[in-house]
Design a protein. Sequence first.
Lengths: 379, 379, 388, 388
Amino acid sequence: MSHADLSEHRMMLANSVADFARGVDLKRVRRLSESKAECDRKLWSQMAELGWLGVLVPEDYGGMGLKLADMAIVAQGLARVLLPEPLTAAAVLAARVISDGSNEALKSKLLEGLVSGDMLPALAWQEAAGTLDTGNVSAQATPFEGGFRVNGTKKFVIGASHADGYIVSADSARGMQLLWVPKNTAGATIGFDMLADGRQAGTLNLKDVTVSKDNVLNSGAAATNSVACALDHAAAIASAELTGIMGRSLEITLDYLKTRVQFGKAIGSFQALQHRAVDLYIQQELSGAVLNDVLTVLDEEPDAKTRSAAASRAKARCTDAALLITRQSIQMHGAIGFTEDCDVGLYVKRAMTLAAWLGNGTAHRRRYAKTEILEGAAV
Amino acid sequence: MSHADLSEHRMMLANSVADFARGVDLKRVRRLSESKAECDRKLWSQMAELGWLGVLVPEDYGGMGLKLADMAIVAQGLARVLLPEPLTAAAVLAARVISDGSNEALKSKLLEGLVSGDMLPALAWQEAAGTLDTGNVSAQATPFEGGFRVNGTKKFVIGASHADGYIVSADSARGMQLLWVPKNTAGATIGFDMLADGRQAGTLNLKDVTVSKDNVLNSGAAATNSVACALDHAAAIASAELTGIMGRSLEITLDYLKTRVQFGKAIGSFQALQHRAVDLYIQQELSGAVLNDVLTVLDEEPDAKTRSAAASRAKARCTDAALLITRQSIQMHGAIGFTEDCDVGLYVKRAMTLAAWLGNGTAHRRRYAKTEILEGAAV
Amino acid sequence: MSATAQQIDYNAMSDEDFRKQAREFFENEYPDELRFMPRRLSWEESKPWWLTLSKKGWLAPNWPVANGGMGLDPAKLIIYWEETERAGIGRMPDQGVTMVGPTLIRFGNDEQRAKYLPKILSGDNVWCQGYSEPNAGSDLASLRTEAVLEGDHYVINGSKIWTSMAHNATNIYVLVRTDKAVKQQRGISFLLVDMKTPGITLRTIKNIAGGEEFCQVFFDNVRTHKDNLVGKPNEGWTIAKGLLTYERLNIGSPRRPLQAFEQLDPLARELGLFNDQGFVDRYTQLKMDLNDLGSLYQRYVDKVRNGEALGPDISMLKVFAMDTYQRLAELLLEAGAEYGALADEITLGGKKIDLMTPFYTSRPGTIYGGSNEIQRNILSKYVLQLPN
Amino acid sequence: MSATAQQIDYNAMSDEDFRKQAREFFENEYPDELRFMPRRLSWEESKPWWLTLSKKGWLAPNWPVANGGMGLDPAKLIIYWEETERAGIGRMPDQGVTMVGPTLIRFGNDEQRAKYLPKILSGDNVWCQGYSEPNAGSDLASLRTEAVLEGDHYVINGSKIWTSMAHNATNIYVLVRTDKAVKQQRGISFLLVDMKTPGITLRTIKNIAGGEEFCQVFFDNVRTHKDNLVGKPNEGWTIAKGLLTYERLNIGSPRRPLQAFEQLDPLARELGLFNDQGFVDRYTQLKMDLNDLGSLYQRYVDKVRNGEALGPDISMLKVFAMDTYQRLAELLLEAGAEYGALADEITLGGKKIDLMTPFYTSRPGTIYGGSNEIQRNILSKYVLQLPN
């Protein structure tokens, strides 16, 4: 596509996302902790029809074969209305490892199911909190003639509550294995912890789970690399979600500052609040500028080191900015902001869950330091 | 003394310091980097006559035998007018190790000279930047029949430019030695680096310097402990100086905010500046409250661990507050604040030198963590 | 109130003896399961302890003995508070004891004291506070709920909001506008109202964490007898202002952030963070900030102990306390990494750790009792005397 | 200006070729001892390089070729700037090239261009800026230096302050009040004045670091011919405002904080700080902030490249740049421990490290060109559109 075509096509994509978002009611998110309906499969199918689940899936598999910069537009727009569906978890994180799979039959099946919305996959890679190391896996895959028997525990699986199956990373004598474990497979049990925003973090227990050869998605270094790449891409798109969240939260807050009257004046006329709002705005704009640069870098498919450094830049900045902006949004609303009825509370909660997912600010700054600073400093 | 008598006596002390301070002209400090006259011996004698050099010296040696809380009053009051004389370096840091000395004849001679103002001693304990470890000494004292021969380098010696001699810590086969090295002793050479505030930091080089037995002030664990104690006491009194500096700097700035007109109003009527001034004020008051508690603790002569923790609390808070307040004082003065003519510049420079001396904020927080946090956490 | 309690002169005891007695009592009698709660207690949870205190005559430490209090002098009062905090005793719906009692003792008349004080001590009356209004939050003086004297009754119309625990309360004290012709702060009166009076309705407001903490209280021609006016008509502002100063001392105590800090230790130990100098630096900064807050708090406690009045500078205590509390809550979530996004308590190394509650409990303190912005305005105007 | 230079159409070159040429020129010809200076250059230091640039026709990259500039299009101009920064070329007393030239080209007339531009290129005229006044610092529009037209001459009375390098300058451009009857921003005119005109006196003002950076310029019945009025009478504010926007882009460049960052690396290596996770955390935060500043800066550079106008939102670039710069300077001093209190360069492990200069050079940026407070006011009003 030419540059002009690209801009036009992204403008159209942004418009269609905005149209869709206008129809979304925050009531559903407000009740999420009770309803636990974080993935409405009817809505999910609509999103599939709009092509959004396949933005990053190659055209050969029914997807749109577009770029992360396109996916970011969808994720940002839907995050503005706090859509709880596991878009990034399925259509970026899981989609990437599936797309990189070496088992063509399984890859086809899973990608087509993902794109059509009929099959919701979740990637279960994480075992401990606070780590971005995708290679160091305790779960064990023991080979037998027909495939592997798997034991282990995977934590913080997003999108797990409505998933039709899990892609599980496990270590074996032949290196890392990425295995497809359909829901309700014998020996696979899933438990949940509620997240701050009412969504669920899954803990997947695998006890002597049998995975046939057909369900081995990828192996060895290729498997490890694909998870690392998926994590970086998903971190970038989660950053796009964070920009959507901070953007809407600041909008709501600026509106409030312009209309709420105290001491006979709109509170937005008080200089202390003005300057604070300006500082939030600067963080929002910084986040946007950084994300933009990072997406450009990632879409050029650089080496792993460059890719990880870029993803960490986006996640660190967008996480910290979103937490700051949403927290200050509560504060600037005064008592109203502290009630369940006020929308800004929903934004702070989503910001908190996205902040922690796939590495928070500290985790990403630490990783960035490791490759970008300390390697050079040791010379 | 009863509590009421104590309060009254301290009030009188504060008044006499304030009277003296009113006669001090900042011109001298402004020209310090050229004149290099950081200790006016005539003024020093006046301070001696007022008893201030002997506040902490026992009455048996001609001093006042008072407390650190008293010394803090003197140091704070003189710091408000940026008196450059090495009061804390001589009358606290050096005075303490001399008072703890085991060589009675030398101790008498040095204390009486200190109290009368005729003899200005400087403690040369430090060898590397960024450490509060007084025991780990590289300088070597090699024993011979008549005493020791000393080799080594001591850095960051405050008050060195006008000192009549140095108390040097050196390691020996018999443990640490504290040795009195008069100015111009053969083999002892001193060089200087200018500090931000125009005062001088001395670097003392000792090459085969002969120290007779008569000039051995203290030895072994007693020597090590006395230096550690001196450092804590001096850090507390330097903190008192920092409160004087921040207090006067904020006063000048508040006056400016009330009188300087921009956009047709006193700039102190702008809420953003008001709130910033309030935050500075809070830091000033916190510093005062902490220093007050710390002096009370130190004057009860607690064990070394309690003493060091208390001193670190004061130095960390007062350093950070003084740096913040003086830097913001420049900022709130606008362009005027950035000129050499403006007094607040002198305050920021003195704050910087006192901040770095005897351990900056980071150094003291680290030391505090070591004994107060990590020891407990390891359990 | 118990007759025996009144006969003990606590002020005649040595500080050590009194502290010992308080400590033993709080340690032995307070329900363990309610110690160091990261939130306020409901009336239902509080009632047994309320009655235990009341029976011993220890419910109202700073009321005069004649009114059924302990009549503690400031030095003893501080010890009482210190031991309360040490034992981790929760905050009860204590507006009756902390606010209404002192107000009636200072500004009320004998009839009001006789009518209301015993019922506070007995737990028959539970009070709530009607100050804020939907359009007068931080700007309290602009309140519009009005009361018009008709015969022997004030007739109240309007509504109050952010009334904590109103759904548990039997009575409410309200600031109402009784003269619209004069300047904002004037023309306000202080009235006592029975919550069962016809015309009062409640709307519960859930807080951000989903708890039923506040209510909006609506007044629709609510009649309260003019005997329920505290102080003189139109002088309610003076009464309210004095009470707020002491509320700022209470909210500025290091107690609540210290409770949150208790969560940080086991978390750090379990995640191995004490080997991480970056974490240790941030932990140390907060720990030292909390200690320094303690020094500042102590300064005001000493003033109370010496019988000195608290001035507007007390606002700085609240600003720094709330700022420190929030930074602490934020470090908890950050250090918890993925655990820091979980809504409920977590279990690590066999210990229950509550990472999220401190985040929620640390926030309203910068809004209620005058937001931190308002506190800074107060400090700017009345302490630094910066121009308007 | 050189005849050959005018014949080259740089815009016709490929970006790569132009970059290569610029890089080679700057690397080979710029004096090594003046690279990456932590302060501005004096006129004396600058002059040889000024003349080298001028001879090559490269002194004024953004002036039209017809005026003796390079006539670069925005894309090439950015490359020119990038290579300037890459080579560590110092800031010269360049008001003539950056401010006077563009102003005369846009708002001046042919006579003014013919009279002044060649002398800027030749180094015969060195310009300084007369904007601020003792009582009109941040509030520039309230300036009171006035000029009255008497016959063919404007007669100027008043004084300007914070005039950088005025003691080196041969000419000054001043904002003066020519109509006192109208609102502040109106009634201001833009005049050019020869510094040798009778009635001009200078007072040098030393800066906090002891350097002779600024002057106060006094005007006592100083006469300048009315031909030296740029634009129309009373329309000087529009001219000045447009220039300030580009000044904010310049001051928002990550270049200067990056130069300060260069000091941090050897310091950290010598003191072993890269083994200290606490230091590494703070170092990383700043490094990432600087990279992120680079992303924001690039956004505005791209706008210039695409020929878009810069709006008031450019103020955020300056706020974040200056904030980051100051935090960096403060970390340098803190990490330096006792070295951080020394006034002069230090030598560590054979390397010279300048810890103190960044502290001083990082401060005026939050004051000049509109303080950070003013920038926030601008953003609040014109970008967020918050009420007054």
